[in-house]
Design a binder for this molecule. Structure first.
Ligand code: G
Ligand code: G
Ligand code: MN
Ligand code: NA
Length: 249
Protein backbone atom coordinates (compact mmCIF):
# COMPACT_ATOMS: atom_id res chain seq x y z
CA UNK A 1 0.00 0.00 0.00
CA UNK A 2 1.66 3.16 -1.28
CA UNK A 3 -0.02 5.52 1.17
CA UNK A 4 1.27 3.54 4.15
CA UNK A 5 4.75 3.25 2.65
CA UNK A 6 4.86 7.01 2.06
CA UNK A 7 3.56 7.67 5.55
CA UNK A 8 6.19 5.44 7.10
CA UNK A 9 8.87 7.27 5.16
CA UNK A 10 7.41 10.63 6.21
CA UNK A 11 7.37 9.70 9.91
CA UNK A 12 10.91 8.36 9.81
CA UNK A 13 12.17 11.42 7.96
CA UNK A 14 10.44 13.88 10.22
CA UNK A 15 8.05 15.15 7.55
CA UNK A 16 4.99 15.20 9.81
CA UNK A 17 4.55 18.75 11.06
CA UNK A 18 2.50 20.08 13.93
CA UNK A 19 0.30 23.19 13.87
CA UNK A 20 -1.54 24.71 16.82
CA UNK A 21 -5.01 26.16 17.13
CA UNK A 22 -5.61 28.66 19.93
CA UNK A 23 -8.31 28.01 22.52
CA UNK A 24 -9.67 31.18 24.11
CA UNK A 25 -11.43 32.05 27.34
CA UNK A 26 -15.04 32.78 26.39
CA UNK A 27 -15.30 36.00 28.37
CA UNK A 28 -11.87 37.56 27.95
CA UNK A 29 -11.05 36.11 24.51
CA UNK A 30 -7.50 35.61 25.70
CA UNK A 31 -5.63 32.50 24.60
CA UNK A 32 -5.57 30.01 27.45
CA UNK A 33 -4.36 27.01 25.49
CA UNK A 34 -3.60 25.48 22.11
CA UNK A 35 -4.56 22.21 20.43
CA UNK A 36 -1.79 20.47 18.48
CA UNK A 37 -2.85 19.08 15.09
CA UNK A 38 -0.71 16.92 12.82
CA UNK A 39 -0.07 17.93 9.20
CA UNK A 40 1.42 15.94 6.34
CA UNK A 41 2.49 17.41 3.04
CA UNK A 42 2.88 14.22 1.03
CA UNK A 43 5.62 14.43 -1.57
CA UNK A 44 4.10 14.49 -5.04
CA UNK A 45 0.54 14.90 -3.77
CA UNK A 46 0.31 17.91 -1.47
CA UNK A 47 -1.42 18.09 1.89
CA UNK A 48 -3.21 14.94 3.08
CA UNK A 49 -5.89 15.37 5.75
CA UNK A 50 -5.36 13.78 9.16
CA UNK A 51 -8.79 12.25 8.60
CA UNK A 52 -7.00 10.12 5.98
CA UNK A 53 -3.52 9.58 7.41
CA UNK A 54 -4.42 9.05 11.08
CA UNK A 55 -6.64 6.04 10.26
CA UNK A 56 -3.94 4.79 7.87
CA UNK A 57 -1.38 5.06 10.68
CA UNK A 58 -3.73 3.25 13.05
CA UNK A 59 -4.30 0.33 10.73
CA UNK A 60 -0.66 -0.06 9.74
CA UNK A 61 1.01 -0.01 13.16
CA UNK A 62 2.51 3.44 12.65
CA UNK A 63 0.32 5.39 15.06
CA UNK A 64 2.43 4.85 18.19
CA UNK A 65 5.46 6.35 16.52
CA UNK A 66 3.46 9.12 14.84
CA UNK A 67 1.54 10.00 18.00
CA UNK A 68 4.65 10.18 20.17
CA UNK A 69 6.41 12.31 17.60
CA UNK A 70 3.47 14.78 17.55
CA UNK A 71 3.50 14.89 21.36
CA UNK A 72 7.27 15.41 21.44
CA UNK A 73 7.16 18.25 18.91
CA UNK A 74 4.19 19.87 20.59
CA UNK A 75 5.93 19.77 24.00
CA UNK A 76 9.13 21.12 22.50
CA UNK A 77 7.25 24.17 21.16
CA UNK A 78 5.03 24.57 24.22
CA UNK A 79 8.09 24.79 26.46
CA UNK A 80 8.50 28.32 25.04
CA UNK A 81 4.94 29.39 25.86
CA UNK A 82 4.78 29.71 29.59
CA UNK A 83 1.51 28.75 31.22
CA UNK A 84 -0.45 28.12 28.03
CA UNK A 85 -2.16 24.73 28.19
CA UNK A 86 -1.33 22.15 25.56
CA UNK A 87 -3.94 19.75 24.17
CA UNK A 88 -2.84 16.77 22.06
CA UNK A 89 -5.12 14.25 20.32
CA UNK A 90 -4.57 10.63 21.22
CA UNK A 91 -5.72 7.71 19.11
CA UNK A 92 -7.47 4.87 20.96
CA UNK A 93 -4.85 2.60 19.43
CA UNK A 94 -2.07 4.48 21.30
CA UNK A 95 -4.11 4.53 24.41
CA UNK A 96 -4.29 0.73 24.33
CA UNK A 97 -0.51 0.39 24.57
CA UNK A 98 0.37 -0.51 28.20
CA UNK A 99 3.57 1.57 28.06
CA UNK A 100 1.76 4.70 26.89
CA UNK A 101 1.53 6.58 30.21
CA UNK A 102 5.22 6.01 30.90
CA UNK A 103 6.12 7.29 27.42
CA UNK A 104 4.02 10.41 27.94
CA UNK A 105 5.68 11.02 31.28
CA UNK A 106 9.17 10.79 29.84
CA UNK A 107 8.39 13.13 26.92
CA UNK A 108 7.01 15.74 29.32
CA UNK A 109 10.06 15.39 31.54
CA UNK A 110 12.48 15.72 28.58
CA UNK A 111 10.85 19.04 27.75
CA UNK A 112 10.33 20.28 31.30
CA UNK A 113 6.58 20.49 30.80
CA UNK A 114 4.57 20.11 34.01
CA UNK A 115 1.89 17.44 33.46
CA UNK A 116 -0.70 19.89 34.76
CA UNK A 117 -0.26 21.91 31.54
CA UNK A 118 -1.10 18.96 29.30
CA UNK A 119 -4.49 17.64 28.24
CA UNK A 120 -4.95 14.52 26.13
CA UNK A 121 -8.05 14.49 23.93
CA UNK A 122 -9.74 11.24 23.10
CA UNK A 123 -12.86 10.23 21.30
CA UNK A 124 -15.42 7.85 22.68
CA UNK A 125 -14.88 4.68 20.61
CA UNK A 126 -12.54 2.87 22.96
CA UNK A 127 -14.65 3.72 25.98
CA UNK A 128 -17.71 2.22 24.41
CA UNK A 129 -16.04 -0.98 23.25
CA UNK A 130 -13.56 -1.60 26.08
CA UNK A 131 -14.79 0.30 29.12
CA UNK A 132 -12.73 -1.72 31.62
CA UNK A 133 -9.42 -1.32 29.85
CA UNK A 134 -10.19 2.30 29.05
CA UNK A 135 -10.85 2.97 32.72
CA UNK A 136 -7.50 1.47 33.72
CA UNK A 137 -5.62 3.41 31.05
CA UNK A 138 -7.25 6.69 32.09
CA UNK A 139 -6.35 6.02 35.71
CA UNK A 140 -2.69 5.62 34.80
CA UNK A 141 -2.66 8.86 32.85
CA UNK A 142 -4.38 10.78 35.61
CA UNK A 143 -1.80 9.44 38.04
CA UNK A 144 0.99 11.08 36.08
CA UNK A 145 -0.95 14.35 36.36
CA UNK A 146 -2.17 15.08 32.83
CA UNK A 147 -5.82 15.85 32.22
CA UNK A 148 -8.14 14.06 29.86
CA UNK A 149 -10.79 15.50 27.54
CA UNK A 150 -13.68 13.75 25.86
CA UNK A 151 -13.31 15.03 22.28
CA UNK A 152 -15.95 15.43 19.57
CA UNK A 153 -18.82 15.20 22.05
CA UNK A 154 -22.13 15.06 20.23
CA UNK A 155 -20.80 13.52 17.02
CA UNK A 156 -21.27 9.92 18.13
CA UNK A 157 -22.68 7.88 20.94
CA UNK A 158 -20.90 9.12 24.05
CA UNK A 159 -23.28 10.05 26.83
CA UNK A 160 -22.92 12.50 29.67
CA UNK A 161 -22.51 9.46 31.94
CA UNK A 162 -19.09 8.80 30.38
CA UNK A 163 -17.76 12.07 31.68
CA UNK A 164 -18.31 11.02 35.25
CA UNK A 165 -17.64 7.34 34.90
CA UNK A 166 -14.18 7.80 33.43
CA UNK A 167 -13.26 10.95 35.28
CA UNK A 168 -12.85 13.23 32.26
CA UNK A 169 -11.56 16.67 33.11
CA UNK A 170 -13.18 18.47 30.17
CA UNK A 171 -15.78 18.03 27.48
CA UNK A 172 -15.15 19.26 23.94
CA UNK A 173 -18.33 19.94 22.00
CA UNK A 174 -18.07 18.79 18.42
CA UNK A 175 -18.35 21.40 15.71
CA UNK A 176 -21.31 19.58 14.17
CA UNK A 177 -23.43 20.70 17.16
CA UNK A 178 -22.30 24.29 16.62
CA UNK A 179 -23.06 24.17 12.89
CA UNK A 180 -26.48 22.68 13.68
CA UNK A 181 -27.42 25.91 15.49
CA UNK A 182 -27.83 27.62 12.12
CA UNK A 183 -30.21 24.90 11.00
CA UNK A 184 -32.69 25.53 13.79
CA UNK A 185 -34.66 22.54 14.97
CA UNK A 186 -33.98 21.85 18.62
CA UNK A 187 -30.22 22.35 18.38
CA UNK A 188 -30.11 25.26 20.78
CA UNK A 189 -32.02 23.35 23.45
CA UNK A 190 -29.78 20.31 22.97
CA UNK A 191 -26.64 22.36 23.30
CA UNK A 192 -27.89 24.31 26.31
CA UNK A 193 -28.89 21.14 28.15
CA UNK A 194 -25.67 19.32 27.28
CA UNK A 195 -23.43 22.11 28.53
CA UNK A 196 -25.56 22.57 31.66
CA UNK A 197 -25.33 18.86 32.49
CA UNK A 198 -21.55 18.80 32.11
CA UNK A 199 -21.18 21.91 34.22
CA UNK A 200 -23.46 20.58 36.91
CA UNK A 201 -21.04 17.66 37.17
CA UNK A 202 -18.22 20.16 37.58
CA UNK A 203 -16.79 19.45 34.15
CA UNK A 204 -15.76 22.51 32.13
CA UNK A 205 -16.68 22.71 28.44
CA UNK A 206 -14.87 23.85 25.29
CA UNK A 207 -16.87 24.38 22.09
CA UNK A 208 -15.11 23.72 18.78
CA UNK A 209 -15.73 25.05 15.29
CA UNK A 210 -16.76 28.58 16.27
CA UNK A 211 -16.77 30.61 13.06
CA UNK A 212 -19.10 33.54 13.82
CA UNK A 213 -19.71 36.05 16.59
CA UNK A 214 -23.31 34.82 16.78
CA UNK A 215 -22.12 31.30 17.57
CA UNK A 216 -19.67 32.64 20.15
CA UNK A 217 -22.45 34.61 21.83
CA UNK A 218 -24.75 31.59 21.98
CA UNK A 219 -22.05 29.35 23.43
CA UNK A 220 -21.21 32.00 25.98
CA UNK A 221 -24.86 32.04 27.04
CA UNK A 222 -24.84 28.24 27.24
CA UNK A 223 -21.98 28.48 29.72
CA UNK A 224 -19.01 27.18 27.69
CA UNK A 225 -15.91 28.49 29.38
CA UNK A 226 -13.62 28.07 26.38
CA UNK A 227 -14.05 28.46 22.63
CA UNK A 228 -12.04 27.32 19.63
CA UNK A 229 -12.55 27.98 15.93
CA UNK A 230 -11.70 30.00 12.86
CA UNK A 231 -13.34 33.10 14.40
CA UNK A 232 -10.32 33.31 16.72
CA UNK A 233 -7.66 31.58 14.65
CA UNK A 234 -7.06 28.73 12.25
CA UNK A 235 -4.47 26.17 13.26
CA UNK A 236 -1.12 27.93 12.71
CA UNK A 237 2.61 27.13 12.94
CA UNK A 238 4.36 27.51 16.29
CA UNK A 239 5.96 30.87 15.36
CA UNK A 240 2.54 32.40 14.86
CA UNK A 241 1.37 31.18 18.26
CA UNK A 242 4.36 32.93 19.81
CA UNK A 243 3.35 36.16 18.03
CA UNK A 244 -0.30 35.87 19.08
CA UNK A 245 0.79 35.37 22.69
CA UNK A 246 3.18 38.34 22.56
CA UNK A 247 0.43 40.51 21.09
CA UNK A 248 -1.97 39.82 23.96
CA UNK A 249 0.48 40.64 26.75
O1 G B 1 -6.94 19.37 11.77
P1 G B 1 -8.05 18.75 11.33
O2 G B 1 -7.26 19.30 10.98
O3 G B 1 -8.39 18.54 9.91
O4 G B 1 -7.99 17.29 11.99
C1 G B 1 -8.84 16.30 11.53
C2 G B 1 -8.98 15.20 12.55
O5 G B 1 -7.71 14.57 12.76
C3 G B 1 -9.46 15.67 13.91
O6 G B 1 -10.45 14.74 14.34
C4 G B 1 -8.26 15.58 14.78
O7 G B 1 -8.62 15.23 16.11
C5 G B 1 -7.45 14.47 14.13
N1 G B 1 -6.04 14.68 14.39
C6 G B 1 -5.28 15.74 14.04
N2 G B 1 -4.02 15.60 14.51
C7 G B 1 -4.00 14.43 15.20
C8 G B 1 -2.99 13.74 15.95
O8 G B 1 -1.86 14.18 16.11
N3 G B 1 -3.36 12.53 16.50
C9 G B 1 -4.60 12.02 16.38
N4 G B 1 -4.86 10.85 16.95
N5 G B 1 -5.59 12.67 15.70
C10 G B 1 -5.28 13.85 15.13
O1 G C 1 -9.74 16.94 17.28
P1 G C 1 -10.88 17.49 16.53
O2 G C 1 -11.75 16.57 15.82
O3 G C 1 -11.72 18.31 17.39
O4 G C 1 -10.13 18.43 15.50
C1 G C 1 -10.50 19.72 15.23
C2 G C 1 -10.76 19.83 13.73
O5 G C 1 -11.58 20.95 13.46
C3 G C 1 -9.50 20.05 12.92
O6 G C 1 -9.72 19.46 11.70
C4 G C 1 -9.47 21.58 12.77
O7 G C 1 -8.67 21.98 11.69
C5 G C 1 -10.96 21.83 12.54
N1 G C 1 -11.44 23.18 12.88
C6 G C 1 -10.99 23.99 13.85
N2 G C 1 -11.71 25.13 13.90
C7 G C 1 -12.64 25.03 12.95
C8 G C 1 -13.71 25.90 12.51
O8 G C 1 -13.96 26.97 13.03
N3 G C 1 -14.49 25.43 11.48
C9 G C 1 -14.27 24.22 10.89
N4 G C 1 -15.08 23.89 9.88
N5 G C 1 -13.29 23.40 11.27
C10 G C 1 -12.48 23.79 12.28
MN1 MN D 1 -9.36 17.40 19.24
NA1 NA E 1 -10.58 14.41 17.44
Amino acid sequence: NQLEADLKYAIENDEIKVVFQPVVNTLTRRITGVEALARWNRAGYGPISPDIFIPAAESSGLIDQLGLSVLRKACHEAAEWSAVKLAVNISPVQFRNPGFAAQVMSILAENDIPPSRVMLEMTEGYFIHHPERAGTAIEKLKQIGVSIALDDFGSGFASIGYLRRFGFNRMKIDKSLVVALDEGGRSLEMLTATVALARSLGIPVTAEGIETEDQAAILQLCGCDELQGYLFSRPVPAEEIAQLLDAQD
